[in-house]
Design a protein around this ligand. Structure first.
Ligand SMILES: Nc1nc2c(ncn2[C@@H]2O[C@H](COP(=O)(O)OP(=O)(O)OP(=O)(O)O)[C@@H](O)[C@H]2O)c(=O)[nH]1
Ligand SMILES: [Mg+2]
Length: 708
């Protein structure tokens, strides 16, 4: 259960939902002897999909860590959800995997889920192996799937195998690396190795030669030998393609049927012979740029890639040993919190089950319990080591809902439960919007949010309601205006007096200083809600004492927090205070604060105030045939299309879309493309709101003010 670094293979399965990842892993575990009988998706008894939620949906929702021994090697396998709403599991798994196993459905070709995971594989620079799976499916089409994959992923995709038959009777695979034909018994499992039929020889030799060329191209010494001898030995061939795979110069394509248990043994053999161990991967680059090798004799460092909680057990922390050899009882320091953690027990994970082990070498994956301060993305080090693994970045929310408890009395319970669920799921965001004061839950899609709601009810007994959240608008001005404002109060006791003359203008970074003013002080301030206040103090002849600057700025800021149009924060404004009056007895901070507020309000209102709305950069990937529908829908959302790119049979559309128009976009996109499109969104900037929308929002604000 423990293995040396060089005997480890860390594999992540990736691919469109339903391509057969979980089923294929089940076959691998069975062939490697990790399980005595193969479970199935419909039987709700696979090692990977082991939660009630997954049984109910018959799909993977969480990433799951398992392992299987294959000859001398330990293959750690992480299964990931193909459903895009759970992309967090894909990112976390790729972070610790050394090889990606990309599963394609031979009956479906390159589906959009595969497109998206490919982008992550490229980002992480993970060596990748493709499997054209479900060859037993009546509609399986190896050639068409391979063709699509080549068109999309490029010429580095090279088949190592092809099927001799497909559909119901599928049982024969020709292997061009080993130059053999595998013939499977009807029940699958261990194939007979047979000579390649004469009629297939020419094709297989051609494929074999293509592999020899890849090997030769990727190692200088081999190229010379290849030229001299016209071929390479088996060993040289293996060495060459090992290098090519490790450097993402070669993506081999395998053939399999996970359901019929055909082909998984050969894939594991390839993982053993050719795929990189952690020791063969480039050094890990830490946050400070330093490099750490997967060295079992180095100082111990762990990286936490996932946490989850289990009733009775508490928090489980899943990790990769980045360096050193971890043993039970080790004391490690959390580089993110400074807390010392004692690792009482270490386990290897087998889906739902765990087995304690007495050591894990660098590169291995494991799980531990009861750590106090540990969260996803944390690094733990042996004392005296100061490493921090670069944290994973997760995509921004693609759906946002204002949430509240059905019974107000449950509010505290709801948020405590949400915080717990969020701890296990870094793609879930829970925040109180500073402007709208709503509690907003952000996630990756409707299903993601629905599952949270479901868990709250089932596991925590609390009902959550949701609605589309209010948008945080901003206010600015497009013109320039002056105002003079006097604050004066003389009833009873001490009086108050302050008078301010100011000019407000729109502020643009890098603009020239205001003309005709005597600038005495200039403060460019980043506002807590985004944007800038450029404050110019241009008082001459001591009309207002310098000691009131603080109070005056405070007055301006108070007004800016609560803009005159809709009560939204103001931004990108330049204020020049150039004149005023003070009184030797009655002037004080509060007088000038109020005068500044008043002057700002007046000037702002005269300077052509405008509402700004958050605009998101949306990246959509959709099949060619749906492009028209997707564009048509975008037009109804006030979108500005900024780019289009062809990627295989897909179009990548870039558009800037106001957040107010993005409600439930995921569901709409799914319905207009039959679930064949994906999208990402990221805040871009605040932009002016069209006049009609501004009028509507101001009216709504005025009505709400009256109601309040
Ligand atoms: N005919 C056939 N069906 C398969 C094969 N592999 C999986 N299936 C079926 O396809 C469905 C989905 O299989 P899964 O293994 O759950 O696919 P997955 O890729 O793990 O799906 P997600 O977890 O949603 O990403 C199930 O009904 C399987 O029985 C195969 O090789 N041949
Ligand atoms: Mg699955």
């Amino acid at each position: 259960m423990s293995a040396h670094t060089k005997n480890l293979r860390n594999v992540v399965t990736l691919g469109h939902s339903g391509s057969g990842k979980t089923t294929l892993i089940e076959a691998m575990l069975f062939e490697g002897g990790a399980i005595k009988r193969r479970g199935s998706i419909e039987g709700h008894n696979t090692v990977s999909d082991n939660t009630d939620l997954e049984h109910e949906r018959e799909a993977t929702i969480f990433s799951h860590q398992m392992f299987v021994n294959w000859r001398k090697n330990k293959i750690n396998v992480i299964d990931t959800p193909g459903f895009d709403d759970f992309v967090g599991g894909v990112i976390a798994s790729l972070k610790v995997a050394d090889t990606a196993l990309i599963v394609l459905n031979a009956a479906g070709g390159v589906e959009v889920g595969t497109e998206l995971v490919w982008e992550y594989v490229e980002q992480f620079e993970t060596p990748a192996i493709f499997v054209i799976n479900q060859m037993d499916h009546p509609k399986a089409d190896f050639e068409a799937t391979l063709q699509q994959a080549k068109e999309r992923f490029g010429s580095k995709l090279v088949p190592l195998q092809y099927p001799l038959n497909s559909g119901d009777g599928f049982n024969r695979i020709v292997d061009a690396l080993r130059m053999v034909m595998y013939e499977f018994p009807t029940e699958g499992g261990k194939p007979d190795k047979k000579p390649i039929p004469e009629s297939e020889m020419a094709r297989t030799v051609e494929m074999h030669n293509a592999l020899v060329e890849i090997a030769a191209e990727n190692e200088e010494g081999l190229m010379e030998k290849y030229f001299e001898a016209g071929t390479l030995s088996e060993e040289e061939l293996a060495k060459g393609i090992t290098i090519a795979l490790a450097h993402q110069q070669f993506f081999p394509v395998f053939v399999a049927s996970g359901l019929k248990d055909m082909g998984s043994g050969r894939i594991m053999g390839f993982l053993e012979d050719i795929a990189p161990s952690p020791a063969d991967r480039p050094n890990r680059v830490m946050e400070d740029g330093s490099e750490v090798a997967y060295d079992p004799n180095g100082k111990t460092t762990l990286f936490i890639y996932k946490t989850s909680s289990e009733p009775q057990v508490g928090l489980l922390s899943y990790f990769k040993v980045i360096s050193g050899t971890l043993k039970p009882g080790d004391e490690l320091v959390n580089a993110d919190t400074g807390e010392t953690e004692r690792i009482a027990q270490i386990f290897v994970s087998e889906g739902k089950d765990r087995t304690p082990v007495n050591m894990l070498e660098a590169g291995d994956l494991g799980v531990t319990v009861k750590l106090k301060s540990v969260r996803t993305n944390h690094t733990l080090n042996s004392r005296g080591t100061d490493r921090k693994v670069r944290p994973m970045q997760f995509p921004e929310s693609r759906i946002r809902k204002a949430v509240f408890a059905e019974n107000t009395a449950d509010t505290e319970k709801l948020f405590a439960a949400l915080n717990k669920i969020k701890e296990e799921d870094p793609t879930l965001i829970l925040e109180i919007d500073q402007d709208t004061h709503e509690t907003v839950l952000g996630g990756q899609g409707q299903l993601h949010i629905d599952l949270v709601k479901y868990r709250l009810e089932k596991e925590y007994g609390v009902n959550m309601l949701m609605r589309n959240p209010r948008i945080s608008y901003r206010e600015t001005i497009t013109g320039s205006a002056d105002a003079e404002y006097r604050h004066k109060k003389q009833s009873g006791g001490a009086g108050q007096f302050g008078e301010i003359h100011m000019r407000v203008e729109n502020y643009d970074e890098g603009m020239e200083d205001p003309k005709g003013m005597n600038i005495r002080q200039k403060d460019i301030e980043e506002l807590p809600w985004g944007g800038t206040l450029a404050f110019y103090w241009c008082i001459v002849g001591g009309a207002i004492d310098n000691r009131y600057i603080g109070a005056i700025k405070k007055g301006i800021m108070q007004q800016m927090k609560n803009g005159p149009l809709t009560g939204s924060p103001c931004q990108n404004i330049r204020v020049a205070v150039y004149d005023g009056k003070m009184h030797s007895v009655d002037s004080n901070d509060i007088s000038f604060q109020l005068a500044a507020s008043g002057a700002f309000r007046e000037a702002f209102s005269k300077a052509n105030p405008q509402l700004l709305e958050p605009v998101y950069r949306v990246e959509i990937l959709c099949p060619d045939e749906s492009t028209g529908d997707v564009m048509g829908d975008l037009q109804t959302r006030r979108a500005m299309i900024s780019g289009m790119d062809t990627e295989g049979h897909y179009q990548k559309i870039l558009a800037d879309v106001p957040l107010a128009e993005m409600n439930d976009y995921g569901s709409t996109l799914r319905s207009i493309t039959g679930g064949k499109a994906k999208f990402l969104m990221k805040f871009a900037e605040y932009q002016l709101v069209p006049q009609n929308v501004q009028q509507h929002l101001m009216k709504r604000h005025a009505e709400e003010k009256v109601e309040a």
